[in-house]
Design a protein around this ligand. Sequence first.
Ligand code: SF4
Length: 165
Amino acid sequence: MTTLAVWKFASCDGCQLSLLDCEDELLILADRVRIAHFLEASREVLPGPYDVSLVEGSITTPADAARIEEIRAASGILVTLGACATAGGIQALRNNADVAEFASVVYARPDYLDVLATSTPIAAHVDVDYELHGCPIDKGQLLETLAALLAGRKPDLPAHSVCFD
Ligand code: SF4
């Protein structure tokens, strides 16, 4: 039985919804996959280690940066999902701006925030085994990745996102 964990960082949840949208296909895999951590779908949380971790979202806080290290250490294979996790996402617009100025406009008490000056992809912090690009990710690529990892083979994925083709 393969244990699967799904993790969220700074993101809109759209890539996790793509995974939930695969419910018919995932039911076929139900006897081979145990979902150990997927808060979007279930409050049940099983302790690691995890065979496969899917990670959505970018790193935007010191707590995020520490948490992704723990997830990497607890994961056999780590796959990042979508533009947020692979490139920093729309929230990376702040990388070329003054995040303190942004926060002062949006929040009544920005001094309560503990954020990094940048939004960075997961691969800037830990080793990543596979990246799924897109916003949101392509459902077919996600299913191919899960099927391949369950079969113990390398997923057949495009070398680049369509932006590079
Ligand atoms: Fe949402 Fe797009 Fe980020 Fe996925 S990549 S979490 S769809 S903003």
